[in-house]
Ligand binder design. Sequence first.
Ligand SMILES: NC(=O)c1ccc[n+]([C@@H]2O[C@H](COP(=O)([O-])OP(=O)(O)OC[C@H]3O[C@@H](n4cnc5c(N)ncnc54)[C@H](OP(=O)(O)O)[C@@H]3O)[C@@H](O)[C@H]2O)c1
Length: 250
Amino acid sequence: MSALRAVVTGASSGMGAETVRRLRALDWDVVAVARREEELTALAEETGCDWIVADMTSDESVAAMAEQVLAGGPVNSLVANAGAAFGNDTVENAGLDDWAGMFDLNVLGVVRCVKALLPALEESGRGDIVIMSSTAGHIVYEGGGGYVASKHGAHSVAATLRLELAGRPVRVIEIAPGMVATEEFSRKRLGSQEAADKVYEGVEKPLTADDCADAVVWTLTRPHHFNVDLMVIRPIAQAAQHKVARNQGL
Ligand SMILES: NC(=O)c1ccc[n+]([C@@H]2O[C@H](COP(=O)([O-])OP(=O)(O)OC[C@H]3O[C@@H](n4cnc5c(N)ncnc54)[C@H](OP(=O)(O)O)[C@@H]3O)[C@@H](O)[C@H]2O)c1
């Protein structure tokens, strides 16, 4: 049997890059997608993955990415992982450009990729769509409004799509991580390393990017009749969004 082939978006850092590493270690063919070419070429050198520069907020860019993917052969799995949080606004002070940007990337970015690759995923006879949402897609918190709304959107897309694809050979899998200390996510959200460090202060072992990649790859490597609808993962120190054990040596 020829190798399974995956497209991983948001692969230039964090969970996406680790997912590429893990899939390549299992001999999958992988196309890594993001905007930053330098990070992608370094990952390609390290892992032997293919890479494509694309912007998930652009219809044209996603269409061109899909065309290039399909020219390279069949595709089995889409890991729709690209995403971001911009800021910490309360609803009453919402920066609408940031909110629109999060919706464009975290919801429409997923939908653009699904639309572009679904025919090929279905044609493979063994297709998967993994949507990286967040616990923010299932619970709300103060100051998280824009991100929370967008990730609730990603969750809704996953749940709706699963219903719509019933009877067709494509699994829809949602992974919802809680506190994950990836290198860039909180820094980009809050604008400084100092602010980012505070998020994880006193939490001895937040989840890592590799923990999340492990979850993605576990779901993808189940027998194909076995669909993980939703996997919520958190560090042991985070019992709920607002219940985080700090400085307790966990
Ligand atoms: N870290 C957490 O605490 C956490 C928790 C739950 C869920 N999540 C979700 O998990 C996913 C991965 O997060 P992470 O922590 O690994 O974050 P990260 O390291 O910041 O990675 C985000 C990835 O998305 C890509 N990206 C951003 N905007 C893009 C665009 N317009 N077009 C294409 N790619 C774009 C980035 O690459 P380029 O900049 O090179 O394009 C990067 O590869 C995200 O969906 C995030 O919302 C994160």
